[in-house]
Write a protein that binds this ligand. Structure first.
Ligand SMILES: [Zn+2]
Length: 362
């Protein structure tokens, strides 16, 4: 991803932990030959008051424990292991030595209860309130207040401004496979519509389609990567509107590479950047030409060499910094132009190409 969310947004991230603590306490009581504490004493003390009226939670925990009590000792061990593995967030994101079994490895008798509890807990994020504000709204507002306006998984789409409908939360570890982190905000980064609904969908960030373990970025802890277009070849790419685009070479700079690979495999960012560049590059060049002519109309009489020398000044003074308006991509694209203009082989062509936009800028 391009940047991370602030950890302050996790200030009210207590629901999942408390449900799991209660679930595990009940399982321990059953393993000891007893029964889970009665409602609401089975809830951790700190949240007992907030959750005691949630009888839907009581019913789901009870169903889960009833199914658990009927398991063999091996079955119970499996359940405990899977709960521990799935809730080991964020460690499980980056450490590929940690196994993380999914729902279908649980004994079939407890699977429906686990799914039901997961759905219930996730829904509760929208209705459980602290000081009159739902947990999801507290979480999203903290992200908005930190100045995040753009989706960090692609940098191409804006988030909804404050006061409008929230952006969707993306289950990084999908709820269909990892029910025990369904309501953990650490597993629930907001994502833009394209990232969430067109690319990520139900993809598993921990295992690829062949079942190989992979690692992913922690949306609140990183790592983060820089998009570079170094190695793009001027005048060798696709034909767009009668112009030959550069042949874009998108790389994700940063360490470790494994997380970047997963990011790209799931969100297809390199492909999306290539298409965005093909679509927007000419517009960016035309805007550069207009800016230059507006700054100094006499520039139209200058030779291509002097025009191309203005590119670094444009990047430094006019292009925005950060992630608004795809500026991270725009600045890199102008870098490709600047390098091409300096190149021994294609420099003359590149400078003439660029100067033509200035000569005909209107
Ligand atoms: Zn996105």
């Amino acid at each position: 991803m391009l940047f991370t969310y602030p950890v302050e947004a996790l200030a009210c991230n207590w629901l999942n932990d408390n449900i799991i603590a209660s679930l595990v306490d009940g399982m321990t009581a059953i393993d000891g030959g007893g029964t889970p504490l009665a409602w609401p004493n089975c809830l951790p003390g700190a949240t007992r008051e907030s959750l005691r009226r949630q009888t839907g939670l009581r019913n789901r925990l009870t169903s889960f424990w009833a199914a658990y009590a009927n398991l063999t000792p091996d079955g119970r061990t499996t359940v405990r292991d899977v709960v521990l593995q799935q809730t080991n967030v964020p460690n499980v994101y980056g450490d590929t030595t940690l196994h993380c079994c999914s729902l279908d490895t649980l004994p079939p008798e407890v699977q429906p209860a686990a799914e039901d509890l997961a759905d219930y807990a996730f829904d509760k994020l929208s209705s459980l309130k602290v000081d009159g504000t739902a947990l999801r709204d507290i979480h999203f507002k903290a992200i908005q207040d930190s100045g995040v306006k753009v989706c960090p998984f692609c940098g191409l789409q804006n988030f909804q401004p404050a006061g409008l409908k929230r952006n969707a939360l993306d289950h990084l570890m999908p709820i269909s496979k990892y029910p025990f982190v369904s309501s953990d905000f650490r597993n629930l980064p907001p994502a833009c519509h394209a990232c969430n609904s067109l690319y990520k969908k139900d993809a598993d960030v921990l295992y690829d389609n062949a079942g190989n373990r992979r690692s992913c970025c922690d949306p609140y802890g990183g790592p983060v990567y820089r998009v570079s277009l170094l190695g793009s070849r001027f005048g060798e790419g696709n034909d767009v509107g009668g112009y030959t685009m550069p042949r874009w070479s998108v790389s994700l700079e940063g360490e470790p590479a494994l997380q970047a690979n997963t990011w790209d495999a799931i969100y297809r960012v390199k492909l999306r950047y290539e298409h965005t560049l093909d679509r927007d590059f000419l517009g960016w060049i035309k805007r550069f030409a207009l800016w230059l002519v507006r700054e100094d109309p006499a520039v139209r009489d200058k030779p291509p060499d002097e025009i191309s020398e203005e590119v670094p000044r444009y990047v430094e003074n006019v292009l925005q910094e950060g992630f608004d308006d795809a500026s991270f991509l725009k600045a890199e694209a102008f870098q490709v132009v600047a390098s091409a203009c300096d190149d021994d082989e294609v420099g003359e062509d590149a400078r003439a190409w660029l100067a033509n936009f200035v000569y005909y800028a209107t």
